[in-house]
Design a protein around this ligand. Structure first.
Ligand code: LLP
Length: 427
């Protein structure tokens, strides 16, 4: 019923995650709620380590910045791709060693670069202009900057246009034709040591061919850099592997990805006589399917369609609204019920686009039912906002039949955070 998700099953009409009844979890912690299977998260991390035994796996923290989850991934030996000073602080708190962190970003602030240099992490430079800033900052603070270069390989990733990043029209990376020149410039800078190349072609990619194409282009560039005397210590192929959100669809596994790109990497390195580290930066494929999003039905309205109004909207799960993304819906207290009617699940936010799931065949839904949205661990909580005065919800971890709160839900004080009403307005 749940495909390869062996942490989920239906029993006695209820949905269970790692053997724990989600109806009980919702009663204990309230809704809305994110619930993560620790076992599944660890298994996903391990699948990457096993598929790429010689590579470093850097978890893309933007997918999920929960500290407990980051700790688990650190225990599994993963490093981190961070995209801001905030994400860097999180991974340092999670105990991920600095040698396993890459600081990414297409428009970094000076203070972020300073922080990265002081933390001793490598930086991926997204442009020539940024390289020059990194050099300035490094010389100013007397730290050597180890810099990789984000390549725009001009590869079509066959995904939603808002999450494709490797096309020449994308804002990310240095056009591949200019990379060797930028590398040579870096070789002449006092504050900078160029250490390698980085790319990331997009997200939710369901075929291996774009990764293979990008890897070939990267190795071609590596060859040209070696030819001009450059040193390459790392080659980072980014993240982007998709997951099967829609039942019945398929996504490549980490080992299928490895079969596609590892030979290209290894043959290239052998030919050039170099032995750099291979790095990958998966986010979604590590964390998405570990997590359910639970939300309670407030109303069922039979109008032009059957609307199910739940207690969470795009403030807490933005993907359907932003990318027309599909998250499979299970009525958690009728998990083995037969589909009876079509429903559209909507949130409480004051926008017509606040639709979590459109036109789904579900068992009969009633007020008080519990809706589980699957595969919500990536870009779920991490993209949540407090729009419409809706504080963010808690997160819970399930481990060995036990549940643990790993983030408290916010109360309305979050809406006041940092706000200042000038005294003159308080009269
Ligand atoms: N590395 C870099 C430089 C990235 O920009 C990203 C994602 C990743 C790695 C991880 O990609 P993943 O393995 O998760 O596909 N909010 C969108 C996805 C945005 C992806 C941003 N970059 C969504 O919900 O689909």
């Amino acid at each position: 019923m749940f495909g390869t998700k062996d942490h989920l099953r239906a029993e006695g009409g209820h949905l269970l995650i790692d053997g724990v009844d989600v109806v009980d979890i919702a009663e204990d912690f309230g809704t809305p709620l994110y619930v993560t299977s620790e076992a599944r998260l660890r298994a996903n991390g391990r699948a990457y380590r096993e598929a790429f035994p010689k590579a470093d796996i850097y978890f893309a923290v933007k997918a999920n910045g929960n500290l407990a989850l980051l700790r688990i991934l650190a225990e599994e030996g993963l490093g981190a791709d961070v995209f801001s000073a905030g994400e860097l602080s999180l991974v340092r708190m999670a105990g991920i060693p600095r040698e396993k962190v890459l600081f990414n970003g297409n428009s970094k602030r000076r203070v972020e670069l300073e922080m990265a240099l002081e933390a001793g992490v490598r930086i991926s430079a997204d442009s020539l202009d940024e390289l020059l800033t990194i050099d300035e900052v490094a010389r100013e603070i007397g730290e050597e900057a180890q810099v990789a270069f984000r390549v725009n390989p001009d590869v079509s990733a066959k995904t939603h246009p808002k999450i494709a990043t490797g096309l020449k029209t994308s804002k990310f990376g240095i056009p591949w034709q200019e990379v060797v020149e930028v590398y040579r410039t870096a070789m002449g800078l006092e504050g900078v040591t160029p250490v390698g190349l980085h790319c990331h072609i997009g997200s939710q990619i369901l075929e291996t061919s774009p990764f293979v194409e990008a890897a070939a282009r990267m190795m071609e560039l590596v060859g040209r850099i070696v030819e001009v005397g450059g040193t390459i210590d790392m080659i980072d192929f980014g993240g982007g592997l998709g997951i099967p959100y829609t039942p019945g669809t398929k996504a490549p596994t980490p080992s299928e990805l490895a079969s596609g790109i590892t030979p290209i990497f290894e043959e290239g390195c052998q030919r050039l006589g170099i032995s750099p580290r291979m790095i990958l930066e998966p986010g979604r494929s590590i964390v998405a399917d570990s997590t359910l999003f639970l939300t309670r039905v407030n109303v069922v309205k039979r109008a032009h369609v059957n609307f199910v109004g739940v207690d969470a909207g795009f403030n807490l799960l933005a993907r359907p609204m932003l990318y027309d993304a599909y998250h499979h819906v299970v009525v958690a207290n009728r998990a083995d019920g037969e589909a009876e009617e079509r429903y559209t699940v909507v949130g409480p936010i004051c926008e017509s686009g606040d639709v979590l799931a459109k036109d789904r065949e579900l068992p009969k839904v009633e007020r008080g039912d519990l809706i589980a949205m699957l595969d919500a661990g990536a870009y779920g909580f991490s993209m949540a906002s407090v729009y419409n005065g809706q504080p963010r919800c808690p997160e819970v971890l399930v481990n060995g039949g036990r549940t643990e709160l790993i983030r408290r839900g916010e109360d309305q004080s979050v809406l006041l955070l940092g706000q200042i009403v000038p005294a003159r307005l308080l009269k």
